[in-house]
Design a protein around this ligand. Sequence first.
Ligand SMILES: C[S@@+](CC[C@H](N)C(=O)[O-])C[C@H]1O[C@@H](n2cnc3c(N)ncnc32)[C@H](O)[C@@H]1O
Length: 262
Amino acid sequence: MNQTTFDGPAARTLEAVYQTPDLIAQRVRVLDLLAPRPGEHIVDIGVGPGLLAYDLARLAGPDGRVVGLDVSADMLAIAHERLASQANAECMEGDAVRLPLPDGGFDAAVSTQVYEYVADMPAALAELHRVLRPGGRALILDTDWRSIVWHSHDEARMARVLACWDDHLADPHLPARLGPLLTAAGFVVKRVEIAAMLSPGWQEASYAAGIFRAIHAFVRQNGARHDLADDEIEAWRVDQERLIERGEFFFSLNRYLFLATR
Ligand SMILES: C[S@@+](CC[C@H](N)C(=O)[O-])C[C@H]1O[C@@H](n2cnc3c(N)ncnc32)[C@H](O)[C@@H]1O
């Protein structure tokens, strides 16, 4: 992972995107599937801005406990601020492949949009398995970027822009491998679902709007590795602006939720 992805202003940008209706709907589905109960101990691996951890803390209640881990100091600062009012929640620095947590200490775990950044997935899932009690639940959500449908007037150029964007992840296609990886780590996969980030038209407060800007910034910095010249990147951006003006913007991307038990 390029760590700068989540440091500095990027942390606040991501926090804003994560408060759009698409992401609120995703969190509702994550909570429905995980079904946290009062008194449970829950770990959020890659807690990010802490929006999900905040909801988990409210559902776990005063007898429960929520621990949020992240490798980014800037993300942890935001999560810490958000969780300050929740006496049963805490945040700490921790890497998914080396969790600073005891064996079997948690009833449930969540990790949303995190494992796709992790190169050593067998190590990360072994750690997830270790910290859950027998029968404990894990809810994992990641994107497969092959599922994208993003309208443009130049499909070849769009494909090159997206190939460059794939570089920001350890595995942009993790969901297709995740079931067997979970089984190999000793989990039983109970359910797999899609959460779509769908914008059939332009919406300023949407995942699509946020990711359009994030991809533009990333490709401007890293396009050279994919022979993407500045004028070509600018043409890609202008094409999207024209589609937005004409009411022809279309974006759809699938995230995959896996519910598994230890
Ligand atoms: C796209 S954000 C998702 C944040 C949060 N899970 C959510 O869904 O709102 C990815 C987060 O994972 C963190 N992260 C990336 N690699 C990590 C690792 N190896 N261990 C722990 N956190 C990691 C990043 O710092 C960032 O906060």
